[in-house]
Design a protein around this ligand. Structure first.
Ligand code: GLA
Length: 377
């Protein structure tokens, strides 16, 4: 091997050892900075605060302790999506779509119940993570697609099956909100074409809320949830106005703002969309908050400077939301983060969360806790 090659290899190895040359700046421990946990801060503004969760998190001592300490609400990252709650064999045997919660959902729900956590339901009707077989005759992908009437019956079975199932299992009271539909609208204002539109038609959206309103208990608010909401405010405002029942009453209670943001995003523009969605008169919840370093498909590395920018972004965003909730300008009762640790985030290459992969606090944690001194300023 040439001397030059050896030097390059040694440098690469050294960089890998030191986390690609980025020295971690260790911030003081949360308990040394404040006696408040995240949920204490949100309670002061009348809000719940949550994280998404999986069985892996509750089975890990350190992570589950952190969740119980900091949050009072959870959303299942995957375990209650259509892919995970429908049973093909039983559907074929019974000739109707059968909901059956899997072991992960049951274990997380029972953990939430034992520990007094509230739950956001996610999600009933979606174009993604939904089994293909539910759209076919005989619940068999080799057969043709079913027609509109049969698919409406299946949609009703799915929605009633979820609420009846949760009731039967004794978990229904944990839920305060449920995403009835996820991600149905495109940025250009058109409806996303998918198997629901193909089999039922565009009014599948109205029927989903009709059935959810019919089967969900009053205590569960029904949500439409979407991403890139800052570019969809006009579309979504017009859409929710169509979700009225025979008595002209809204069948929807709120709009879920996923808030998968980037540090390059414009906070002012984002808040304008929040304000405009709030003018619908519906509740708003932030449902999947994370703020990635950089921009879409261009992550920035976790340098001290970039992490400070992120900390300030979290500080400002949360501060602006608190102001809106406190003044009554926005009716917001919860904020959910899509995770808490960069190590297990779905967007980990963007380091978007409040704790790093060692579960050490980041500027973003102190931003959320509204402690300006450690938020990166
Ligand atoms: C969307 C969905 C979430 C999740 C994320 C990726 O935002 O609503 O359920 O799938 O994508 O984790």
């Amino acid at each position: 091997m040439k001397k030059k090659t050896i030097i390059v290899l040694v440098c690469i190895f050294a960089l890998l050892l030191t986390g690609c040359g980025i020295e971690k700046v260790k911030l003081p421990a949360q308990k040394d900075v404040t006696s408040k946990n995240i949920k204490d801060v949100f309670s002061e503004h009348g809000m719940k605060v949550g994280t998404c969760i999986s069985a892996n998190v509750i089975n890990d001592k350190k992570m589950s302790a952190l969740v119980l300490e900091q949050f009072n609400s959870v959303t299942m990252e995957n375990a209650m999506k259509p892919d995970y709650i429908l049973n093909q064999k039983r559907s074929q045997a019974e000739g109707k779509l059968v909901v059956e919660f899997n072991q992960e959902a049951i274990s997380v729900l029972s953990w939430a119940k034992d520990n007094g956590l509230s739950v956001r339901g996610h999600t009933l009707i979606w174009y993604s993570q939904t089994p293909e077989w539910i759209f076919h005759e005989g619940f068999d992908t080799k057969s043709a697609y079913v027609g509109r009437d049969e698919m409406l019956l299946r949609m009703e079975s799915l929605i009633s099956g979820v609420f009846k199932g949760l009731d039967r299992l004794g978990y229904i009271d944990l839920f305060y909100a449920y995403d009835v539909i996820n991600e149905a609208w495109m940025e250009d204002g058109t409806i996303r074409k998918n198997h629901w539109t193909e089999t039922i038609g565009d009014d599948y959206l109205w029927y989903a809320f009709y059935y959810a309103d019919k089967y969900a208990p009053e205590s569960i608010d029904l949500y439409y949830n979407d991403y890139n909401e800052q570019y969809k405010a006009d579309t979504l405002s017009a859409f929710v106005n169509t979700l009225k029942g025979d008595d002209d009453r809204f069948m929807i209670d709120g709009i879920g703002l996923q808030a998968h943001l980037f540090t390059s995003d414009d906070i002012v523009g984002y808040l304008e969309a929040v304000d405009s969605l709030s003018e619908t008169g519906l509740k708003l919840e932030v449902t999947e908050l994370d703020i990635g370093l950089g921009k879409y498909q261009s992550p920035l590395s976790a340098t001290d400077a970039n992490l400070r920018t992120q900390g300030k972004f979290y500080y400002e965003l949360i501060n602006d939301l608190f102001e809106r909730a406190d003044s009554g300008k926005v009716n917001m009762d919860s904020v959910t983060f899509w995770g808490f640790s960069d190590g297990i985030s779905w967007r980990r290459e963007y380091s978007p969360q409040l704790y790093d992969s060692d579960l050490d606090p980041k500027y973003s944690l102190y931003g959320v806790l509204q402690i300006k001194e450690y938020s990166g300023y």
